[in-house]
Design a protein. Structure first.
Length: 260
């Protein structure tokens, strides 16, 4: 399913070339506010208070761009998952401001659209471009489970809510202008998981989806230049309705705090 690619990633190929920032994530390690940024294949770490780049390392092959960064905070370090296209690399950022490899470089048969750290640190969940979830042990590079949705389609974006298999909810943004919501342990249809509900109303592919902190709302943005905020009932029954519909070109939504 996945295997190490070539020699270990080093800093040798890092150049001064400036590339677009394609992914960011804010993090905290001890008392330091950090900004993690993907610039091409490189992962950069910035000290927010000093407006200074304090570490750079190539995380993916030169032909790949980092499209997602997800971190998991430990007492004395950050675990950082950098992914783009079909590649995933786990790195760690230590209190002495050094980035180092925590895993080999993994390659999958499908594009990775979303990744979530689970409460069991050695496992991550990934939503792939053909609308299925992989549960992956990154310490030994083994596949734990493959969970497909009953709706087989191409995705443009995805988001995961929850850090356990029991409470995990997936939002799949399709190329058919819809957002599919389904639970990883939802009702089965043969070997697939049924979609709980479908958000309809967009007239373009779904660029991004986000859940509110308490799972009461879902925000979606689309190629139709609209941002929609949906009310999500606790039991997921009845008709879901759009709370807000804003006309603007947005590619990534985020809920503020509080967002419930």
């Amino acid at each position: 399913m996945a295997a190490p690619l070539g020699s270990p990633v080093t800093d040798a190929d890092i150049t001064a070339e400036k590339l677009p920032i394609t992914a960011i994530s804010f993090a905290r390690l001890e008392d330091k506010e950090l900004l993690l940024a993907g610039e091409g294949c490189k992962l950069k770490v910035f000290d927010v208070s000093k407006h200074l780049c304090i570490e750079t390392k190539r995380a993916l092959p030169p032909s790949c761009r980092i499209h997602g960064i997800r971190h998991c905070r430990k007492v004395d370090r950050l675990l950082v998952a950098a992914f783009g296209q079909q590649k995933l690399h786990i790195l760690q950022f230590s209190r002495d401001h050094k980035l180092s490899e925590a895993s080999c470089l993994f390659s999958f048969e499908d594009w990775i659209l979303e990744l979530q750290w689970l409460s069991e640190d050695s496992v991550v969940a990934m939503v792939m471009a053909h609308n299925y979830v992989l549960l992956w042990n990154w310490l030994d590079g083994s596949l734990i489970n493959r969970v497909p949705s009953a709706v087989s389609c191409i995705l443009y974006s995805a988001r995961i809510y929850g850090n356990t298999i029991e409470n995990m909810v997936v939002a799949s943004g399709t190329v058919f202008n819809q957002v599919l919501l389904w639970r990883l342990l939802g009702n089965k249809e043969k070997d697939c998981v049924r979609v709980n509900t479908t958000l309809k109303g967009h007239e373009g592919v779904i660029f991004g989806v986000r859940f509110s902190e308490c799972l009461s709302k879902v925000c979606s943005v689309s190629d139709d230049r609209t941002v929609r905020v949906w009310a999500l009932p606790e039991d997921w029954t009845g008709e879901l309705y759009c709370l807000h519909n804003l006309s603007s070109l947005v590619t990534r939504p985020e809920f503020g705090i509080p967002s419930c």
